[in-house]
Write a protein that binds this ligand. Structure first.
Ligand SMILES: [Ca+2]
Length: 325
C-alpha cells in the first residue's frame, strides 16, 4: 500500500469518521441546504407531494462524495480499453438481444431512422444491456452533489429536473435508480437528457427507461435522431494511414471528402481503396497516428454528442459493425 500523507490521512478521517451532515460547503450543512432547496423546488412548481416523497429524510451519500473526489486513474490506451469494451462476450450478448427483441427493434428503427445495431450497441456499452444500471438512488445522489460537489450548480439543475420527472409520474422516487453521478436507467440518461429525448414508446403514459425496453430503445433512437443521425450512412471505418501522415490532421479535426483522403494514400484497413464517394470524413486516432486510425463521418459526431469520448464513440461503432455482420 502506498504511504498516505498526514494530510490525506486527516482528510480520509474527515470523510469516513464524521457524520456527513457535519461537513459543510460554504458553512452550510446538508440539512440547511435541503430546507432551502425544498423552498426553491416548491417555487418552481414541483408539488409538495413529490417534494415530501423524494426529499424528506434523505441524507448525503458517503460513497458519492468519495467517487466525486477520486483522482482519475491513469488513463488506459484505446487499445487496452477496446479489449474490455469491444469484447466477444459483449458482441455475443448483443446478437442475442437483437434476436430476442427483433420486432420491437425493427419498429423503433423504422420510426426513428436509426439502425437497431447502434441502439443495441449503446445499450451494451452503457449498462451491459441493462445488467449494470447503477444501484444509487438518483435523488439523494444528485442532492449530495448539489450540496457538496465540485459542480454543484450543474447538479442542482439536474436534481430539479429529476423531481419534475417524478412529479410527472414517469417513475417513483424510490425506483429512480442509476449511477452515482445521476445517469439513469438502462441507457443512462441524465435528467436533462431524459427531458429532451425520452419517449413513451409503448403508450402506457410513462417514459420508462428503467424497466420498459421499448421506451429504452426508442429514447436512445430519439436522442440520436434529434442529434442529427443520417440513416444509411456508416459511423466510420478503420483505415491505414500512409507513412508520415501528419498528426495535425487529427488534432485539427480536418474534414475532407473521401476522394481527397484516398489521393493522400489512405486505404481501408482491409487494404482496399476507399469508396469513391464525396462524403466528408475526418481522422480519429485515439492512441496517436502510430496506433489504430479511423476515418469517421457525421454519425460519429452524433455519438460524440452522447458521450464526448473517442474511446466511447469508436467502441459503439465497432460493436454496431460486429452486430451488423
Ligand atoms: Ca412507456
Amino acid at each position: 500500500m502506498k504511504k498516505m500523507s498526514l494530510l490525506s490521512c486527516f482528510l480520509a478521517f474527515m470523510i469516513v469518521g464524521l457524520p456527513l451532515s457535519a461537513l459543510a460547503t460554504g458553512g452550510v450543512s446538508f440539512d440547511q441546504w435541503l430546507s432551502s432547496f425544498r423552498r426553491e423546488a416548491a417555487g418552481l412548481g414541483i408539488s409538495q407531494a413529490t417534494i415530501n416523497a423524494a426529499l424528506t429524510g434523505i441524507q448525503p451519500i458517503h460513497k458519492v462524495i468519495e467517487l466525486d473526489r477520486k483522482q482519475p486513474e491513469k488513463k488506459k490506451t484505446f487499445a487496452q480499453y477496446k479489449i474490455t469494451m469491444v469484447s466477444q462476450d459483449r458482441i455475443n450478448k448483443g446478437r442475442q438481444m437483437l434476436s430476442d427483441h427483433a420486432n420491437m427493434l425493427a419498429d423503433v428503427e423504422a420510426r426513428y431512422g436509426v439502425p437497431k445495431e447502434f441502439i443495441v450497441a449503446l445499450w451494451g456499452v452503457e449498462t451491459n444491456y441493462g445488467a449494470n444500471t447503477g444501484g444509487f438512488k438518483i435523488v439523494p445522489a444528485l442532492a449530495t452533489l448539489a450540496w457538496e460537489g465540485r459542480r454543484h450548480e450543474f447538479f442542482k439543475q439536474e436534481l430539479i429536473k429529476a423531481l419534475k420527472i417524478i412529479d410527472q409520474g414517469h417513475i417513483s422516487a424510490a425506483d429512480m435508480l442509476g449511477s452515482w453521478a445521476g445517469a439513469m436507467g438502462q441507457n443512462q440518461f441524465m435528467p436533462s437528457s431524459f427531458f429532451a429525448y425520452a419517449v413513451d414508446h409503448n403508450g402506457d403514459g410513462h417514459k420508462d427507461i428503467w424497466k420498459t425496453k421499448s421506451d429504452v430503445f426508442a429514447s436512445t433512437a430519439n436522442y440520436l435522431k434529434q442529434s442529427g443521425w443520417n440513416y444509411g450512412e456508416r459511423w466510420g471505418r478503420r483505415v491505414t494511414l500512409p507513412a508520415g501522415f501528419p498528426s495535425s490532421y487529427v488534432k485539427d479535426k480536418v474534414r475532407k471528402p473521401l476522394s481527397e483522403w484516398s489521393s493522400m494514400g489512405l486505404r481501408d484497413a482491409s487494404g482496399q481503396p476507399l469508396p469513391a464517394q464525396q462524403m466528408l470524413g475526418q481522422i480519429v486516432a485515439p492512441d496517436g497516428v502510430t496506433g489504430e486510425a479511423y476515418l469517421v463521418y457525421n454519425n460519429y459526431n452524433v455519438i460524440m454528442k452522447w458521450n464526448r469520448s473517442t474511446y466511447f464513440a469508436t467502441s459503439v461503432g465497432l460493436i454496431a459493425d460486429a452486430l451488423a455482420r
